[in-house]
Design a protein around this ligand. Structure first.
Ligand code: NAD
Length: 270
């Protein structure tokens, strides 16, 4: 049974590597035996989470490169680098994404006034960037005839944000979770099904992993209301996400393609 989850001989690419969840996916893959090529935006700073991985894993196992996932030339340049270092990847985790948590100035507008550019930016990164990286890296996985692609979605791919979770936040007009966020994640999940059916005969599986709210520096009122809203009664911890990723990345899920694995403590069941 242990071999079913082993990623020895595998080589993974993870986008959005320097954010909150990137290091969780990377650590999971490394600990299962894979080599990891981590990718993030040229302006992204090395996070504490990523730094601690660099302290534990050498360059034979973990490398970092920079590209904007919405710029084809940058993604292709990183693909070349990745090819030179580790070869064609067998696992791709499309994790790069943008959202707008409460407290950012752009949030302070009503739905009717949300600038089109803001919606476009969210779609550009969360859906089109994911597509572009998949074209470049996934296309080579198809040529190699094997691989597992995991697109990171969100619980908001399938449900609308519950505005009661945010109604304690003092701001006028009231805080709005960006509508483009869930819509872009729904697009990512649907694209997952498209790619899964297209590439199934080429040996490449494509699945989505949609986390619920992950525990972090959220304000206490939000946390309390969110946890009350979750059947399992709490937010997700890093350890809750590792198993689902490892399942989709490894041969434990060899007959699974085109699904959305929702890891939300039951949030969307209510
Ligand atoms: P984060 O903001 O901490 O990290 C996102 C990373 O993506 C950052 O390092 C950022 O630099 C990178 N990125 C953004 N735009 C990019 C671009 N154009 N090119 C390359 N890299 C780019 O977010 P996170 O919390 O780590 O979330 C990771 C993924 O998980 C996202 O897709 C997010 O939507 C999804 N998600 C997160 C949660 C959560 O609670 N944190 C819940 C559900 C889904």
């Amino acid at each position: 049974m242990k071999n079913l989850f082993s990623l020895k001989q595998e080589f993974a690419v993870v986008t959005g590597a320097l954010g909150k969840l990137g290091p969780i996916w990377i650590e999971t893959l490394l600990e299962a035996g894979a080599k990891v090529f981590a990718l993030d935006h040229p302006e992204a700073k090395i996070s504490q989470g990523y730094k601690s991985l660099q302290g534990r894993f050498d360059k034979q196992h973990l490398q970092l490169a920079f590209a904007d996932v919405t710029v084809r030339e940058e993604v292709e340049a990183v693909y070349q680098k990745c090819l030179d270092v580790f070869g064609v990847p067998s696992i791709l985790v499309n994790n790069a994404g943008i959202d707008q948590p409460p407290g950012q100035p752009d949030n302070a507008c009503c739905l009717e006034d949300i600038p089109l550019e803001l919606n476009l930016k969210v779609f550009e990164v969360n859906a089109l960037g994911l597509f572009l990286v998949t074209q470049v890296f996934g296309g080579q996985m198809v040529k190699a005839g094997r691989g597992s692609i995991i697109n990171i979605g969100s619980l908001y791919a399938s449900v609308a944000p519950d505005s009661r979770l945010y109604d304690h936040i003092e701001c006028d007009p009231p805080f709005l979770k960006p509508p483009a966020y869930g819509a872009s994640k729904a697009a990512a999940v649907n694209l997952t099904r498209y790619l899964a059916t297209l590439w199934a005969s080429c040996g490449v599986r494509v699945n989505a992993l949609s986390p619920g709210g992950v525990s972090g520096d959220q304000d206490p009122d939000f946390r309390r209301k969110f946890c009350e809203r979750v059947p399992l009664g709490r937010m997700a911890e890093a350890s809750d996400l590792s198993g689902p990723l490892l399942f989709l990345a490894s041969s434990a899920s060899s007959y699974v393609t085109g699904i959305e694995l929702v890891v939300d403590g039951g949030f969307t069941a209510w």
